[in-house]
Design a protein around this ligand. Sequence first.
Ligand code: AP5
Length: 220
Amino acid sequence: MNIIFLGAPGSGKGTQAAMLAKKLEIMPISTGEILRKEVVLQSDVGKSAQSYMNSGKLVPDEVVISIIKKQLTGSDCHNGFILDGFPRNVDQAKELDKMLSLIGKRIDTVFYFEVSEEILVKRIAGRFFCKSCGAVYNNYFKLPKVKNICDECQSDNFESRADDNEVTVSNRLKIYREVTVPLIEYYKKNNLLLSVDAIKSAALVFEELAEVVCKSYKHN
Ligand code: AP5
């Protein structure tokens, strides 16, 4: 199954991509995650992406498209994939369509995560993660079970993302409204879009996603 998660920053795409990919045994592909790793490595891609990311702007299309090309043609995507954070504008979506048709694949469903802006800001402002294993937490919605100890790997090494600050967040949301929201219409026209009420708890959102995906598996 080949899936796209579309939604604003903080709508829960990354959280659900990790959970659903594990359940379906398919590959989660987060362009944001890949770019952040390149920044840490200070590779050429990382160096050129860093200033865009830190100011909340989109990294140039050619950079992310070449990342996606490499991922989609890799053997890890054999069973399917979840694209989290790509495409981000109509040009990227058209490029994705071309890439997929060249390798004989297609998108099955685009899940659109709907959340109010007030909640998005809280989710982003409260987000922190375990530096050792990457598990994501939130000061408002998901604290570790034991204070300051990661549930997954027991590390006490936590950090926040460089782009999770007030100024950058408003820029990210503005760009989302301007260039990413038109994708809702793009995928509606292609009959691929399914809305998800992403205000619910992460567990309930996951239940809804898993149910839809399992039903469409049975149909195919
Ligand atoms: P990226 O990493 O993709 O960031 P984003 O789209 O801004 O999305 P986020 O990661 O902020 O949110 P999310 O929806 O994944 O939410 P999450 O599950 O973490 O991109 C970063 C940057 O990279 C971009 O700004 C850009 O510069 C560049 N980039 C990436 N892709 C690009 C592309 N295609 N083109 C150009 N540039 C690109 O959840 C957020 C928080 O809420 C967490 O703390 C979580 O625990 C909590 N939470 C999640 N779900 C729930 C829930 N249901 N209830 C309560 N809390 C919840």
